[in-house]
Design a protein around this ligand. Structure first.
Ligand code: UD1
Ligand code: MG
Length: 457
């Protein structure tokens, strides 16, 4: 890969950066226009990640952060863990952005209307400059989000450096989510779920989940990062699936922005937008370098970081169920992977599709069975084979000798046959877009059949 930026790249990135800075400078009036500032910050996030991914490639390789692209004829080594660059840029950008949504509150807090010459009334002096009016709870959302993200990024880096065992890293995102759960507890504290209309005569209109609700949210924080990490192995798929989810979430947020203010959900969806726009900025920069043929790998840091961003907006935005509707392919992949994840059947270090150097196509990868499987596993595998949910190869005696790996990518190849890497990625992503749009449609239209009202106006 060419590590220096070409002159046209330099020129475009420089203009984007300058335009973004000018836009930010322009927002210091009125109520600070945080949404516009957020867009501008996302521009800076894009250009700085884009250039740093290029410049730092050789540095990462020298530090041993490199990986072999297994689905190419010449298995070249390319920089890995480039998602760490995105995560760091993102965290810095969000940290700098934090004061912007509070611009209006600062102006009120520091003497009437931002005019510092105003003579303070006695009661103002006693009550301390109206600071009690400052929305501390809103600030807490941002700070807890940053804290949770930092923990998860440390986990991701540890995994990229040392390949941490699955059972050791599995629960860490759950612990990392504690700061946001505390904010949720103080801020919302809603632990009831709305009961669908047909069940209301039996269960009432609301069902109190209590502490279980917090376990459910911690489970989301564990699920999102891990599910993105295991829907992986072909160029571009980790970043692209995250971009699709982020775009669908942005679409969902925008639906709420048209609601007449102050709609109760507006603030949470603004928070979600402020978190997602810079995420899209850093992700597009990574996508550019990770799409087929990949020039860099994203690493586990990116997968965990991306998943945690989604968990945070879903939990603090109080739309975790909508979030899960946008994770349908990942949920399927997770459930489908369960036999291998929980070691009911063998799970090789890599389950990514197999590259056939002769055809240049990807084929479903397999796990060999050196010993014949136990009878109940053999029966299950044969049933799944009949249902076209796995491909099983048997010897002349009818004993299973190999079975395809349980990932959605391999299943797609079993169903539709071998294909080129980028085509497989595009097809999986199209399926994801269709599922996501259907999910949002179900959420906002069909939900009215089973729930009394939608929270859109
Ligand atoms: C997860 C999957 C594993 C899959 C791997 C691929 C589970 C339980 N784990 O493991 O099955 O093989 O992701 O990312 O499902 N690579 C490529 N091409 C790509 C992306 C990655 O060849 O487009 C290879 C590279 O050699 C790279 C390595 O995969 O170095 C990265 O794997 P890593 O992210 O460390 O694997 P896991 O997340 O542990
Ligand atoms: Mg990974």
């Amino acid at each position: 890969m060419e590590h220096a930026l070409s002159s046209s790249e330099t020129l475009s990135l420089l203009s984007l950066t300058l335009a973004s800075f000018a836009t930010i400078a322009n927002t210091f009036h009125g109520d600070g226009e945080p949404l516009i500032a957020s867009l501008a910050f996302s521009g800076i996030a894009f250009s700085s990640s884009y250039s740093m991914i290029r410049w730092l490639g050789p540095t990462f390789m020298k530090a041993g952060l490199k990986g072999k692209d297994m689905s190419k004829s010449h298995k070249k080594e390319i920089p890995e863990t480039m998602g760490a660059v995105c995560a760091v840029v993102y965290l810095l950008i969000i940290t700098v952005f934090v004061p912007f949504p509070f611009y209006k509150d600062f102006v009120i807090a520091t003497s009437g209307g931002g005019n510092r010459d105003v003579v303070l009334e006695t009661y103002t002096v006693e009550s301390g400059r109206f600071l009690h009016r400052f929305p501390h709870s809103k600030l807490a959302s941002y700070l807890s989000a940053i804290m949770s993200l930092q923990s998860v990024c440390i986990l991701g880096l540890g995994d990229d450096l040392f390949d941490i065992r699955w059972r050791h890293k599995f629960f860490i995102p759950g612990i990392a989510s504690i700061p946001i759960l505390i904010v949720y507890f103080v801020d919302f504290g809603v632990t009831q779920v709305v009961i669908p209309k047909p069940l209301q005569p039996y269960l009432g209109s609301l069902f109190e989940l209590g502490p279980l609700y917090y376990i459910y949210m911690a489970a989301i924080a564990i699920f999102c990062p891990n599910s993105i990490n295991i829907l992986a192995g072909i160029n571009g798929i980790e970043v692209s699936q995250s971009i699709v989810i982020a775009l669908l979430l942005v679409l969902n947020d925008c639906l709420y922005l048209f609601a007449p203010y102050p709609h109760p959900a507006t603030d949470s969806h603004l928070f979600s937008l402020y978190m997602l726009l810079p995420f899209l900025g850093v992700s597009f920069a990574l996508w550019w370098h990770n799409w087929y043929p990949a020039k860099v790998f994203v690493g586990d840091t990116y997968c965990y970081f991306a998943g945690m961003v989604f968990a945070i907006v879903g939990i603090l935005g109080h739309f975790s169920k909508t979030l899960l509707l946008l994770f349908i392919p990942q949920i399927f992949n997770f459930i489908y992977s369960a036999p291998q994840l929980f070691r009911i059947i063998a799970c090789p270090r890599h389950r990514l599709p197999r590259f056939n150097a002769r055809t240049g196509f990807l084929e479903a990868s397999v796990t060999p069975w050196p010993q014949p499987p136990k009878s109940y596993i053999a029966i299950s595998l044969n049933v799944l084979h009949r249902l076209h949910l796995v491909k099983v190869v048997t010897n002349e005696q009818g004993v299973i000798v190999e079975s395809s790996n349980f990932t959605i990518l391999n299943l797609w190849l079993v169903w539709f046959g071998p294909r080129r890497e980028d085509r497989l990625a595009t097809e999986i992503l199209s399926m994801q877009v269709v599922c996501g749009l259907l999910g949002l449609f179900v959420r906002h239209r069909l939900a009215l059949w089973i729930f009394e009202k939608d929270n859109l106006p």
